[in-house]
Design a protein around this ligand. Structure first.
Ligand code: 5GP
Length: 210
């Protein structure tokens, strides 16, 4: 029997470098799977449908909701984002740790539905660094950057609901911290009840023989 994977939510202010961290995680460890969200936001330059996101019209997105194809969805700034259900369920069943790179409203819904989910919040070393990264990315205009910074202020108020805060000062270090936490979480007694029960059953059999 394959042990079920762990569900991991990675949130963080826009520009905190989540995307880079997740990409590096996939390169270094093959027991992780990244859920690809559906969104009504337009693709940024270089983004490919089915790789960064499944890009949908508002009507298509609403249909996904109606057909119960999303585990959760939320509005962020002025677009919809949601997590497709089928992929996440399959990967967990196959024993992979599934990373959801989603914002706080979605994170809280997931934690409510699946209490074993580990919620991690990635922060930049400083606020100035965050602003620099957003501006340096050059993909949003000034109004959109301000809206994202404002949203970051709001999100900082919800951070206490998370299990871990991780500073992204250096990508590989950040990946290592996340992986260490996941390893520890997987060792938790509450995540290993079934294994202990199986061992106990076998021990009973052994101890009864002869
Ligand atoms: P971006 O437009 O920068 O790619 O993403 C904006 C925000 O939406 C980020 O905080 C990202 O984590 C979040 N997000 C991406 N996919 C999902 C999703 O499926 N559900 C929710 N709730 N948030 C998402």
């Amino acid at each position: 029997m394959v042990n079920k994977g762990l569900l991991i939510v990675l949130s963080g202010f826009s520009g905190a470098g989540k995307g880079t961290v997740v990409k590096r995680m996939m390169e270094l460890h093959n027991e992780y799977a990244l859920s690809i969200s559906a969104t009504t936001r337009s693709p940024r330059e270089g983004e490919v449908d089915g790789r960064e996101y499944f890009f949908k019209s508002v009507d298509e997105f609403k249909q996904m909701i109606a057909k119960n194809e999303l585990i959760e969805y939320a509005q962020y700034v002025s677009n919809y984002y949601g997590t497709p259900k089928a992929y996440v369920e399959k990967q967990l069943e196959e024993g992979r740790n599934v990373i959801l790179e989603i914002e706080i409203q979605g994170a809280l819904k997931i934690k409510e539905m699946f209490p074993d989910t580990v919620l991690m919040f990635i922060i930049p070393p400083t606020a100035k660094e965050l602003e620099n990264r957003l501006r340096g990315r050059g993909t949003e205009d000034d109004a959109a950057i301000k809206a994202r910074l404002k949203r970051a202020v709001e999100e900082s108020l919800g951070v206490e609901s998370y299990d871990y805060i991780i500073t992204n000062d250096e990508v590989d270090l950040c990946v290592e911290r996340i992986h260490d936490i996941v390893t520890a979480e997987k060792c938790k007694a509450s995540n290993n009840i079934e294994i202990i029960n199986n061992i106990r059953e076998e021990l009973n059999i052994f101890s009864e023989g002869e």
